[in-house]
Design a protein. Sequence first.
Lengths: 294, 340
Amino acid sequence: MATILEARDLIKEYPGVTAVGGVSFAVEEGICFGLLGPNGAGKTTTVEIIEGVTPATSGEVYYYGEPAGAKFRQEAGIQFQNTALQDFLTVRETIEMFRALYDCKADFDELIEQCSLGDLLDRDNRKLSGGQRQRLLLAVALVNRPRLVFLDEPTTGLDPQARRNFWDLVQNLRALGSSIVMTTHYMDEAEVLCDEIAIMDAGQIIAQGVPDDLLRDHYEGLIIELPIGDLTDELAEIEHTVYENLGIVEFVTTDVSASLQQLSPHVTNLNHIKIRQPNLDDLFLDLTGHSLRA
Amino acid sequence: MLRRIFAIFQGRNREFLRDRASFAWNLLLPVVLIFGLSFALGGDRNAYTVGILQDSDDIVEEQHPFLSTRYIRFVPTSDKDDALRKVSRHQLDLLVEFGDAPRYWVNPDSSKGHFVELALLQSDVTAPPTIDKEHISGDAVHYADWVLPGILGMNMMFSCMFGVGYVVVRYRKNGFLKRLRATPLTSLEFISAQVASRMVLIICITVFVYTGTHLILDTRMEGSYFTLFLVAMVGAISMVSLGLLISARVTSEELAGGLLNMINWPMMLLSGVWFSLEGAGTFVQNLAKIFPLTHVLDSARAVMLDGATIGDVAPSLLALTALSVVFIGIGAKIFRWGQF
């Protein structure tokens, strides 16, 4: 697979603040690449530098090996985190207006079907619900049949049903061959949609790779979870890898049976114990020392 | 390029035309002002106005007893042709030249001219009148004739500057400009579309209001409609350009409103929208020339009231064009898509 996008040592400094402190990554053609991190990690600034809407203090962006320029603008589709559209225009008119800005145009009817906007074509932009609006913004991002699509926190603020529906749209998009770069602070979203992720914190990438590989490399085994109030002894006396967060203690183990036997004398109520696979939330907490949704 | 400009042009037109409150405001304001002012101020002015043909800007009352007459406003002027034209249009009730061979000009069709003439002839009780009389003929210019271009120009100014300047700042603040930045649209294409959109809309509104007013109030039109249209077009471009320049980098609607008002109000007051600046000092008259509206109004009045040709208004058209080039050039150079 060819490298469709490469960011090299991106830095963005504001007076007294380094929003992005030397971010580099490459995206292979046809994959969904996720930039993960909490609010303020620098995800949006990073993608906006790549998109060309925010100037970098330094660093380069390459599209198919060339500095991102006119070709990139023609072939990239972008859905911003917050975008206002023109007032008093209908969904149809908005899509038509953006279509006219590109040389390559998606088929209008296919686009409408793809984004499930058929019943909304004559509705004023201002009268759309959150989910409908996100679908319109996705349609606007796809008007040029983009080879590379940027989705910046596309499901923030949506209800669970609308989020699931949006995931379907993104998966369809990927199935059609588009490459996707998305930012999110929802780990479940990243686990479902992303082939590769980069976890950002404080303007830096602190881990990057395939989600399963990252978890496998970092964790051996499963996690046993129980409330700290159910423990009778000090944590230091228990022979396991232990994490504590928000009143919950997590023990990492490769042998659940043996661990439960070892733990049971120290636990007052076994009914509260949970056993689960480690996830990206755990990884982030482990890497940074603070919760992803903080 | 044209396709992209047209797409943005069309989008902006739709937005404006469907915003019924703004659209109605743009259309109704000049109509209400013109009809209201022509009704309120359309009758004979109470004061008599007499032009004194002399080189100096100061009226020396000792020169002649007539100059001490109460209830007459004496206006010094050194431009004889301009003064005679005003006598013919009843804008001056009388023109007098004192000196070695004193004489005066009066329009026999002007009732106020007749009474001022009597006042002149009876003012020197110590000696019989030794002043030559000359007649100037011509129809009166009513206040509505004079104020019509002023109000249309003012409406054009507000519409162009707020309709573009304020809207661009709003687009920047709410992120719409950033969204456009992520497309192949260039800043020059965006600015061209905004200029074209507002120009077409304001010209349509101006033509509509002018036509209606002209038909109902039978306002004066001595020159060619084409020349007047040209003045309106070039003027609209210059004012849209000024609006774009002001909004090129501003990210706050409050600041934009303040900046626009800071320019609009002096421009409106000094460009002669409501009243002529002839009585004002030379400095103020020269200062007024930096404003596009001054050139628009001077040219429009010259065409409508004096029958000026394209050649006659060419200096103003060139000045407006130069201002537009400067405004657009600087505006495009410093234009910001986002708030960064």
